[in-house]
Design a protein around this ligand. Structure first.
Ligand SMILES: Nc1nc2c(c(=O)[nH]1)N[C@H]1C(S)=C(S)[C@@H](COP(=O)(O)OP(=O)(O)OC[C@H]3O[C@@H](n4cnc5c(N)ncnc54)[C@H](O)[C@@H]3O)O[C@H]1N2
Ligand code: MOO
Length: 421
């Protein structure tokens, strides 16, 4: 028999567009976590729960950007070499600064404070030193601009300005910025406590024997990694059998101890798909059919008062729906701001036909060629082909109104690196 529907739209009924789903979620999900104070060494990837202002100017005082000689620019001959006596020496961290007279230079090092007076620093490679080593002179080439290599107080950060904002996710440089304004600790949102289940009688733990009809549970490990990457505290609650009573009691038990419950599988239309029924019995199911490919049957709802996300079972659909739909929900629950990930315009290296009115994410790897970056599609497209994601660098996002893509057209590319850390 011909395959009738490898088609997520076959189920009929209204499908919700991505933008509608996102704005519905943005309107209904609020931050749920309290804040906590952590040392900077534990702050990476956490969401800042305070604005951080700098109590000081950075740098606090004018200093030199190079190893060289500090001079009064007005002492320099603009058209010929200038020869100046070296009147002193200043190293980084030195507090007692010599007061250089006009018509002299000061030996100075990168980061050392500039004394009052000199306004310009010559890089030592552009100077020559001669004369008696006890009383040396520096010879300076003409042409340097006034103020060169002299860092001004506050040129990086001005006192009292906000350097880091509540809701931002801390990257390495942000952690460094907190240290640069003198913070040892920062206040961040507590980690979201997430209960994670996979569902399906066919699933076995990796490492166990694989009997007939069974497969290893990969989704739970994929989702665990995705959640951990977002800074969640994941409670791995194993594999649930395809039995309504078991699913219902496991979800019910998870409610009290977690901020979010995530499952994979069991959200489609088969009689063995019990997750939707269990969630409806324990709370509410808000939406479960999106106008996307892959990943249409995603369940979003609540178990008691705890938000619930039921990801579809197909391994590719898991990743695509997590990154595009669930990730912003989780960041929002942790008090994160809504900074959308960056996509990049690249050339499509493939033709592609798609259905009108659904958004499609095509797995692609980037190839660097003479005409720039080209996105190449993986040969096989099934939503169960996890190896296609392994081979991909990211997702080409094709909009709802497109039905035909021709190789050479420019497309939006979402690199995994934008959304998996
Ligand atoms: N008659 C229809 N059948 C299906 C439809 C449909 O509209 N009508 N939708 C298809 C789509 S789209 C998807 S996606 C899946 C979603 O189904 P479920 O969420 O109920 O997932 P399962 O049926 O449990 O599993 C689907 C597939 O994925 C494998 N799987 C499940 N869990 C795991 C795991 N933890 N690790 C690895 N692989 C897993 C499972 O063995 C199945 O092959 O439904 C389609 N069907
Ligand atoms: O085919 Mo389904 O789009 O969600 O994997």
């Amino acid at each position: 028999m011909a395959q009738l529907t490898d088609d997520c739209f076959a189920q009929g009924g209204p499908l919700m567009r991505v933008e509608e789903a996102r704005s519905l979620l943005a309107g209904s999900i609020t931050a749920v976590t309290d804040s906590e104070t952590v040392p900077l060494t534990e702050a990476l990837g956490r969401i800042l729960a305070e604005d951080i202002a700098s109590p000081v100017d950075i740098p606090p005082a004018p200093n030199s950007a190079v190893d060289g000689y500090a001079v009064y620019h007005a002492d320099l001959n603009p058209d010929a070499e200038t020869r100046l006596p070296i009147a002193g020496r200043i190293t980084a961290g030195q507090q007692d600064l010599p007061a250089p007279p006009r018509g002299s230079a000061i030996r100075i090092f990168t980061g050392a404070r500039l004394p009052d007076g000199p306004d310009t620093v010559m890089m030592q490679e552009d100077c020559a030193v001669d004369g008696d080593p006890e009383a040396p002179w520096v010879v300076i080439r003409p042409g340097i601009k006034k103020g060169s290599n002299a860092r001004k107080a506050g040129e990086d950060v001005e006192k009292d300005s906000i350097v880091l904002h509540r809701g931002q996710r801390l990257r390495a440089q942000d952690v460094g910025q907190a240290a640069a304004v003198g913070r040892r600790e920062v206040t961040v949102s507590q980690r979201l406590r997430v209960a994670l289940f996979s569902t399906g009688d066919e699933l076995r733990e990796p490492g166990a024997a694989l009997d007939d009809g069974a497969i290893y549970d990969s989704n739970r490990y994929t989702i665990h990694a995705l959640l951990s990457g977002l800074g969640c505290r994941v409670d791995d609650l194993g594999i649930l059998p395809d039995r309504l009573d078991a699913v219902r009691s496991a979800l019910g038990a998870a409610e009290g101890k977690h901020d979010l419950i995530v499952t994979s599988g069991g959200v489609s239309v088969g009689e063995e798909d019990h997750v939707k029924t269990a969630v409806e019995a324990l709370g509410k199911l808000h939406l479960w059919r999106l106008a996307v490919k892959p990943g249409r049957p995603i369940a979003l709802g609540q178990v008691g008062r705890v938000p619930f996300v039921g990801l579809p079972g197909n391994p590719v659909a898991v990743v695509v729906t997590f990154l595009n739909i669930v990730r912003p929900v989780i960041l929002r629950m942790m008090g994160g701001n809504d900074t959308p990930p960056h996509t990049f315009r690249v050339r499509a290296g493939f033709d592609h036909k798609k259905k009108l009115d659904r958004r499609e994410w095509v797995r692609a790897r980037l190839v660097d060629g003479a005409s720039g970056l080209t996105a190449e599609k993986f040969a096989r497209e099934g939503a169960g082909i996890l190896s296609s994601l392994v081979a991909a660098d990211g997702l080409v996002e094709l909009p709802e109104d497109l039905t035909r893509l021709e190789a050479g057209a420019m497309v939006d590319f979402l690199p995994f690196s934008e959304v998996t850390q």
